[in-house]
Ligand binder design. Structure first.
Ligand SMILES: [Zn+2]
Length: 794
């Protein structure tokens, strides 16, 4: 369909368009009495059975909003939606009490671009409605403020679509007033990796949270009849010139090469940290328009700390054309807790970005010479200019994101096997790690006279505790980084960046960027000098062993192999965590790994106030959606600890050698591109040991990745026969999980001498029989629950 957009689009600014969207208002000439009017958008079915519908005024020739109200005798609207996967049905059921959405509504606010508005009008013309001008003034009066409000929320998004006229598959938001579920949204967004979202904006602990009831790929993307949405443009060849003043405020110019995709474009979406302001943008040297304005609702939907903004050019840029884009930006990203220790707040989003495709970086920093600034890449230039130091670095290979860190550092450098490790530590103590003073009370007895009783005096003594050495483990950390870097290089192939820089970050977390690791200041302290609340065995292992190797492993998982969508975000985290456990096993033996796995299982089985386990909050594939869960630990424990368990169980099913080959192959196959859970499953299926069916791996992923549940297992058995042939037969019973839960679990049969024998049994809601022929009588028959399989034993 040809729209009168060419005239509109040329010369109209993005701001004008956004303003026109905000001011659109309702159209008194476009009010209809509707009956049996339907709107189908992929899996979304909206029925406007009986009521009134009024459209917005057109913007750029298109209707962009409508209001439906069932405020008539017998008026009714209904929405139907059936999530395609079991996990998504479970999710919907958790929020609404039903695995499918079938809700009647009294009011619908619709916001749309491209096809949905046209489909509604065509259907009305074909007889499912007739004009009702008498109702128009009343409806307009009632609904104009609400429509303005919602259009204001989505103005940049709608303006972006209107200025991209080749986009035929439009956005659709239906904000519904449900009869039993209250207000909720049904959204179709063709630009997202999972296009359909049903959710509700809620307030929890005085904070706006967006509860995602269900989210999945729309039918035509699921079935493969449409290709996944392609990026509209790509960025390569970054050059960032950044300067940090005496207060460490950042002022920067970021330049990148922008290549337009297969459609002409004049609007480009970017993101940057909310701590920054983008003050100007240029395309090929000419000023470009910036549209920065995002609503709480669209932010909540994206659930990150970035500001989304649009850059608009006066004319369309041709498909495939290459341009130079430039941004001026600034912000206070660096804070200091004191004592000459610094914290970089915006680590991944300190410069404008769009997506996370691999790019080359040229990074120039001007900063106070008293400090050391670290960033990935080879040094091109390093000069001193008075009190300032200017360092330029260039990355030898494309990377996903460029980070930086700075401080007053001590440094240890080691090179071995072609890999260099530079480990930096703060010379001064992070003030948060200074132990509180010790208070002791001293009671002294003071004689007062021959006939009076002695007086007691109580004195409180405040004793200063000497500060821990902030560099106590600098050598140990450097040795561990270097050795684990080499170990992983042997397992997964050499890393693309041969130099790894490790630097401290105040807080209890770490982060692994290409060529640059941020390591908690706690990891540098002697375990005996860490804060009291971290001095238990689990956290000591975490800060001394796991965190370092986890962040080093991100050089592969996350920086070479990236997650395809939020559903795959668990994959790099679980792979990094399990890699760290493999390194722990290498250093301290299998028992050390098994101790950690047992702790992880205990964390997953902890119950919250509602009596539900942490693990039951949702499948690991929900990614960020787990953060909205009642239990604040769910996201972390499920992503990292259940993730490690999933990989551990795969290892037990494949055998260690095959399992490690799968990981090496995953890196090889997915190098410099996104990998999904499906890639892992595919490789696993190609590496199965004899006797393990591909179908059992589908079952494995369906239950452990796309669903929830930790079973309680019980084995019963009897042995018959005599030497040299014995027969064991028994059953495995499963409880604590729903009836659909079914996984292969090992039954271990141990003998007085020789290797144990393993029988794999697929569990079910009914007891499952098993049997095996043995050469000698067993001494022990058991399920290695909590050791080789995520389960408890009854
Ligand atoms: Zn991580």
């Amino acid at each position: 369909m040809i729209l009168p957009l060419a005239a509109w689009a040329a010369g109209t600014t993005a701001a004008d368009t956004a303003r026109a969207v905000r001011d659109a208002g309702l159209d008194l000439d476009q009010c209809y009495r509707v009956r049996d009017l339907n709107l189908y958008k992929e899996d979304i079915k909206l029925y406007f059975n009986d009521g009134y519908l009024i459209f917005s005024k057109p913007v750029a020739g298109e209707r962009i909003a409508a209001v439906f109200t069932a405020d008539v005798e017998g008026g009714d609207g209904e929405v139907l939606l059936l999530p395609p996967q079991r996990g998504e049905r479970q999710s919907l059921a958790r929020f609404t009490g039903s695995p499918n959405l079938d809700e009647h509504f009294t009011r619908a606010l619709l916001v749309f671009t491209a096809d949905s508005g046209r489909a509604l009008l065509e259907s009305i013309e074909k007889g499912s409605g007739h004009k009702a001008p008498e109702m128009a003034p009343l409806l307009a009066e009632q609904w104009t403020p609400v429509v303005s409000n919602i259009l204001d929320s989505f103005a940049p998004r709608i303006a972006g679509d209107l200025l991209t006229p080749t986009r035929t598959d439009g956005f659709l938001l239906a904000a519904l007033a449900g009869k039993t579920l209250g207000n909720f949204d049904v959204i179709y967004d063709p630009a997202a990796s999972e296009q359909i979202v049903v959710g509700q904006l809620m307030e929890r602990n005085q904070r706006a949270v967006y509860d995602v009831w269900t989210r999945f790929r729309a039918r035509r993307f699921r079935t493969g009849s449409a290709a996944p949405p392609e990026p509209l443009f790509s960025l390569t060849q970054f050059r960032i010139e950044a300067s940090l003043d005496e207060n460490l405020r950042l002022q920067a110019v970021t330049r990148a090469t922008l290549t337009v995709g297969s459609q002409p474009l004049r609007v480009f979406a970017f993101e940057v940290s909310r701590a920054e302001q983008v003050t100007a943008a240029r395309i090929d040297g000419a000023p470009a328009e910036l549209l920065i304005n995002e609503s709480a609702r669209s932010r909540a939907l994206r659930a990150d700390e970035n500001e989304a903004f649009l850059l608009a050019t006066p004319d369309f840029l041709a498909p495939g054309s290459v341009h130079r884009v430039e941004f001026d930006h600034q912000g206070a990203l660096i804070t200091s807790p004191g004592n000459g220790v610094y914290f970089v707040g915006a680590r991944s989003n300190w410069y404008p970005r769009s997506g996370s495709a691999f790019a080359d970086y040229d990074l120039v920093f001007r900063y106070p010479r008293r400090l050391t600034l670290v960033t990935p890449g080879d040094i091109v230039k390093d000069t001193i200019d008075g009190d300032w130091r200017i360092t330029e670095r260039r990355t030898p290979v494309p990377i996903r994101v460029a980070g930086f860190n700075l401080g007053d550092y001590e440094k240890i450098s080691t090179t071995a096997g072609g890999l260099t490790v530079d480990v930096f530590g703060n010379r001064n103590l992070d003030p948060a790690l200074q132990p509180p003073p010790k208070t002791t009370t001293i009671t002294s007895v003071i004689p007062t006279g021959p006939r009076t009783p002695p007086r007691q005096e109580v004195m409180t003594v405040i004793q200063h505790v000497p500060p821990p050495d902030p560099l106590a483990r600098l050598n140990a950390v450097a040795a561990d980084v270097s050795a684990s870097f080499q170990y992983f290089s042997g397992l997964f192939g050499p890393p693309p960046l041969k130099t790894l820089t490790v630097s401290p970050i105040p807080g209890t977390f770490g982060q692994g960027f290409p060529g640059l690791v941020y390591l908690s200041t706690l990891s540098y302290l002697d375990p005996s000098e860490r804060p009291a609340e971290t001095r238990n065995a689990t956290l000591q292992t975490f800060f001394s062993d796991l965190m370092v190797a986890h962040e080093v492993a991100h050089q592969w998982w996350g920086n070479v192999v990236m997650p395809k969508s939020y559903q795959d975000e668990w994959l790099p985290e679980a792979l990094a965590h399990y890699s760290a456990l493999l390194w722990l096993e290498k250093k301290k033996g299998l028992n050390a790994l098994e101790d950690v796995m047992a702790n992880f299982q205990a964390d997953l089985l902890q119950t919250g106030e509602n009596g539900q386990t942490v693990e039951s909050a949702g499948p690991i594939s929900w990614g960020y959606r787990l953060e909205a869960s009642q239990n604040s630990e769910s996201y972390r424990v499920i992503t990292y600890e259940k993730g490690a368990w999933i990989l551990h169980m795969l290892r037990k099913r494949l055998g260690k050698e095959r399992f490690l080959k799968v990981l090496a192959e995953l890196r090889r196959r997915c190098e410099f591109r996104a990998a999904g859970t499906a890639d892992l499953l595919d490789l696993v299926k190609k590496s199965l040991p004899p006797g393990v069916s591909a179908d059992s791996m589908d079952t494995f992923f369906d239950n452990w990745v796309y669903s929830t549940g930790i079973p309680t297992l019980r084995v019963k058995y009897s042995v018959k026969g005599k030497a040299p042939s014995w027969k064991i037969s028994g059953t495995v019973e499963q409880s604590s999980v729903d009836d659909n839960f079914s996984v292969d679990i090992p039954v271990e049969i141990q003998f007085a001498k020789g290797a144990a024998q393993t029988v794999w049994v697929r569990t079910s809601s009914d007891p499952v029989p098993f049997s095996a022929t043995l050469k000698q009588p067993p001494v022990r028959v058991y399920i290695p629950a909590g050791v080789n399989v995520l389960a408890t034993r009854k």
